[in-house]
Design a protein around this ligand. Structure first.
Ligand code: AMP
Ligand code: GLY
Length: 429
């Protein structure tokens, strides 16, 4: 089998690495990939991102299955385009991807299907939004309707912050079209968890649970980011909560999409807030795997990922089962200077060679690359090329051991300006 994986982040490195372990896989192209996917067995990067080019490539190279990592091509309809060209592809259609691509669509869908979420109002006029904030209690959450690469949600503690967020989106157009409509949502208290499932449109296989760390700095301080670290599983999701989340959140989405003749095939990610009383509320849906949650989930997955995705595309997920390494996994993200606002590129990464050599003899850890590239001046060297640079991911007999293992490996890797949290997994210790 020959596969094509679309994307260039840590999530896509982890997906492609796991797919490559399947004995039926001969070759995986990664478009465009990163320095980590360039060096992995069976993987080859191709410098290509436009959907028409990818269709042509998949035809010419007789690709058996394309797997889409990020949300942007999904919301642009890459799945619809591939299918219209008779090509097999795994992921939701453009309509399905609206669960992530439009927060107002997702809210209306949740309301229609009785899925628990925070109360909210939508606005496209700043004056009305300002009046609403004046009457609303604090904190309050301002969300851009469209995709904003992690910059579209402001949790405002003061009314000044809330008014400023409204002006940034609706008056100054800081987020462009993504912020031309906004949602103002009630603030929810509790602990967050990531609940991700694999769906064939009807049948659902839940993946291992996980927890992300969204803020840049230790103790959940600093700005929101795409995610600075994760661990799996999270004990916040007890077996009883797991059942309720499947019944009250996941199955209503899958059934609701099927009822609208839009069967949802792909990964579905529910970002959840679990209140101190154990109530579940949906913060957001994503139409893809989480990053860096994926890095921990893939390190723990024992089943053949290709077989699972093949079943999902065929609509036969009821015939599949999924097996996990019982050991927890923990991922520490090493990010570039200036992330998340304006990450600096081209810092030389030291220490990777010996760590990557050691990982060839170990199934207990893996360095998943994200914003890395081969240096232009010296192709034997790897440099930073994006916000989140590396995801150092390790298994351990418990969270504490996974944590100390991941941090010990990260300590051997250096680049100027590296930003890293030192408390990933702290809530569990
Ligand atoms: P989202 O992209 O909607 O998941 O929001 C990004 C982050 O903002 C979440 O991971 C939460 O940490 C925070 N957040 C979003 N909505 C709420 C809410 N209603 N109450 C409290 N925190 C929220
Ligand atoms: N780590 C959160 C996300 O992938 O959206």
């Amino acid at each position: 089998m020959r596969l094509l994986v679309i994307g260039s982040g840590g999530r896509e490195h982890a997906i492609a690495w796991k797919l490559a372990q399947s004995s039926v896989i001969e070759k995986i192209f990664v478009a465009p990939g990163n320095a980590g996917t360039a060096l992995e067995a069976k993987l080859e990067n191709i410098a290509m991102t436009s959907i028409p080019d990818l269709v042509t490539f998949a035809r010419q190279e007789k690709i058996d299955l394309t797997v889409v990592g990020p949300e942007v091509p999904l919301t642009e309809g890459i799945v619809d385009t591939f299918q219209a060209s008779g090509l097999r592809i795994f992921g939701p259609t453009r309509n399905g991807a609206r669960l992530e691509g439009s927060k107002s669509f997702a809210k209306a869908f949740m309301l229609n299907h009785g899925i628990p979420t925070a109360a909210c109002e939508t606005f496209d006029d700043a004056a009305t939004a300002h009046r609403y904030i004046d009457r609303h209690s604090l904190p309050v959450v301002i969300k851009a309707d469209g995709l904003a690469a992690g910059k579209g949600v402001i949790v405002a503690q003061t009314s000044d912050e809330a008014h400023a967020a409204v002006d940034a989106m609706l008056v100054d157009n800081r987020l462009g079209a993504a912020g031309a409509h906004i949602l103002i949502e009630d603030y929810l208290e509790g602990e967050e968890a990531s609940f991700i499932v694999l769906s064939d449109g009807k049948n659902v296989l839940p993946l291992a649970t996980s927890q992300d760390h969204k803020r840049l700095r230790d103790n959940d301080e600093g700005p929101n980011t795409g995610g600075m670290g994760a661990y799996s599983p999270t004990p916040v999701i007890t077996p009883e909560l797991h059942d309720r989340i499947m019944q009250e959140v996941i199955m209503p989405v899958i059934r609701g999409m099927a009822q609208q003749s839009q069967p949802y095939v792909g990964f579905l990610y529910a970002g959840l807030m679990i209140s101190p009383q154990g109530e579940v509320r949906v913060l957001e849906f994503n139409c893809r795997l989480g990053d860096p949650e994926t890095q921990t989930i893939m390190l723990r997955l024992k089943s053949d990922l290709f077989i699972l995705l093949d079943h999902a595309v065929n609509g036969t997920l009821d015939q599949a089962s999924i097996e996990w390494d019982q050991r927890p996994a923990l991922c520490v993200v090493m990010a570039a200077q200036g992330y998340p606002d304006s990450p600096r590129k081209n810092d030389l990464i030291h220490g990777l060679d010996s760590v990557m050599a050691a990982q060839r003899n170990s199934d207990e850890f893996h360095i998943f690359h994200a914003g890395t590239a081969m240096s232009n001046t010296d192709p034997t060297k790897i440099v930073t090329s994006g916000g989140r640079v590396l995801g150092v991911t390790a298994l351990g007999k418990d969270i504490r051991q996974a944590q100390s293992q991941a941090y010990a490996i990260a300590a051997d890797i250096h680049f100027d300006g590296c930003q890293m949290r030192h408390d990933i997994g702290h809530k569990r210790l």
